[in-house]
Design a protein around this ligand. Structure first.
Ligand code: SDX
Length: 425
């Protein structure tokens, strides 16, 4: 971070700091002390909350880099475990480094046996995200030897445990919902292959992992791994800034991701496509999305940062075709999605507001084709985003400038007044 010029506010100059790429920032940390005034930015549309070297997004150009590597290249050539190593450590691993990392993650995939009893406390129809919030938060009651955040070794063990156990926890949430027994992880399977077997396998027979499905799902995990300071990552950072243990911080991130404006959009987008049902009904829904008096929005469309095509949506659409070809399936809802995208991108409303498909628009079509119920979609998003959350949390804890996050406000409530006894009211 460098700063040679400044901006004058009132009678003071405030440093302008430059990163390696992207917008400069105005360092206003002394603004309140100097002026007695706060900045005002609900939704943080113009606010950088931290310095980070993990992920760079250029929303106008539709660029997404993880530690400098374009998402399209990582999706094409890398694996989710390699991207996890990259985000955590800053560089792509050599073979020995990758094998050691993969070995470590693989051997943290089992859960403490007591945690399996947590599932029994939920109704069978509990939403998997409700279960994920509860079980991940409960991890801090089991892994006391990795909750001292001042110890880098404990931080890394907790990070590995979280990355490794999320597939097991998510698969168990699915098994519980369908009344099937939990399957233990198998160390001879890949991270994603293990998840597929724990989710769709049964004790009564061997589960055959379809290579094209394993590859497609691994790529979907890569596309969801990290995404700068989105709402759930900011939640993890804010929770972590208080010194909360990493399991509690990730549980907070899961809770935030669940919202339909964020990670819950993949479930909402597929439900919307099914509700539209056939291409002839698309104009009706586009009209509703444009109607100020109608709260309906095109789910999987629009983005706070991308004012161009989300590069992840491009890869996702290509992956739909690959999975359909591999499984020899089709789904009329994909045709609805393709025609909806085409019609929306020709409509002035969407063009003027720069609303394009985002990562959630096509992901549900693929996940549904693989066999996941829509209620599992956001749980899969949380599984993958745990890598980014953990990497961002580690970066924050290691930042010498980090302090507890504590925003201020513009107060518009009543000014001071005296208490009135009830008999006088
Ligand atoms: C994710 O931040 C991240 O990086 C998130 C994410 C990640 O990887 O972590 O990328 C994952 O959350 C993707 C986004 C998933 N959400 C959805 O698909 C839900 C539908 N989209 C939106 O609700 C909306 O686009 C947001 C929440 C994604 C972004 O909202 P913003 O940036 O706050 O923008 P806004 O709500 O102020 O919208 C700007 C205008 C508004 O119209 P005006 O009031 O200016 O007239 O565009 C309109 C909105 O009404 N608009 C839409 C729309 N999205 C925005 N109109 C119809 N359909 C939509 N989808």
């Amino acid at each position: 971070m460098t700063g040679t010029n400044s901006i004058n506010i009132g009678d003071r100059d405030y440093p302008v700091l430059s990163g390696s790429v992207g917008p400069d920032v105005v360092d206003i940390r002394k603004l309140y002390a100097n002026t007695g005034k706060f900045t005002y930015d609900p939704g943080f549309t113009s606010t950088a909350s931290c310095e980070s070297g993990l992920t760079y997004i250029d929303g106008d150009e539709g660029i997404l880099l993880h530690r400098g590597y374009p998402i399209g290249q990582l999706a094409e050539h890398s694996s989710f475990m390699e991207v996890a190593y990259l985000l955590l450590n800053g560089e792509l691993p050599d073979k020995a480094e990758f094998d050691k990392f993969n070995y470590t993650i693989t051997r943290h995939t089992m859960l403490h046996e007591q945690l399996a009893t947590f599932y029994r406390g939920f109704r069978r129809d509990a939403h998997p995200m409700a279960i994920m919030c509860g079980v991940v938060g409960a991890l801090s009651a089991f892994y006391h030897d990795s909750t001292d955040i001042t110890d880098p070794r404990q931080r890394m063990i907790a990070s590995h445990r979280l990355i490794a156990k999320m597939p097991t926890i998510a698969a168990m949430a699915y098994k519980y919902s369908v009344g099937q027994p939990f399957l233990y992880p198998k160390n001879d399977l890949s991270y994603t292959g293990n998840f597929l077997r724990m989710t769709f396998g049964v004790p009564a027979e061997e589960y055959e992992i379809h290579p094209a499905v394993e590859r497609a799902l691994d790529r979907i995990f890569i596309l969801h791994a990290d995404h700068e300071q989105n709402a759930s990552t900011s939640t993890v950072r804010l929770a972590g800034s208080s010194g909360a243990n990493p399991f509690a911080c990730i549980a907070a991130g899961i809770a935030c991701l669940w919202g339909p404006a964020h990670g819950g959009a993949n479930e909402a987008a597929l439900n919307m496509l099914h509700e539209i049902g056939r291409p002839e009904r698309i104009p009706e829904y586009i009209a509703r999305a444009k109607d100020k008096n109608d709260p309906f929005r095109l789910m999987g469309f629009g983005h706070r940062v991308y004012k161009n095509y989300d590069p992840r949506a491009t890869v996702m659409q290509k992956t739909v075709r690959e999975v359909f070809d591999a499984l020899k399936v089709s789904d009329p809802v994909f045709e609805v999605a393709l025609q909806l995208e085409e019609m929306a991108l020709k409509d002035d409303y969407f063009v003027e507001k720069k609303l394009f498909p985002n990562v959630d628009f096509y992901s549900g079509v693929i996940l549904s084709a693989i066999g996941f119920p829509t209620t599992m979609f956001t749980a899969l998003f949380a599984l993958a985003r745990t890598v980014g959350w953990v990497a961002q949390w580690n970066e924050m804890i290691s930042d010498p400038d980090q302090k507890i996050g504590r925003p201020r406000q513009l107060y518009t409530g009543p000014t001071q007044r005296d208490y009135i006894p009830v008999e006088q009211r």
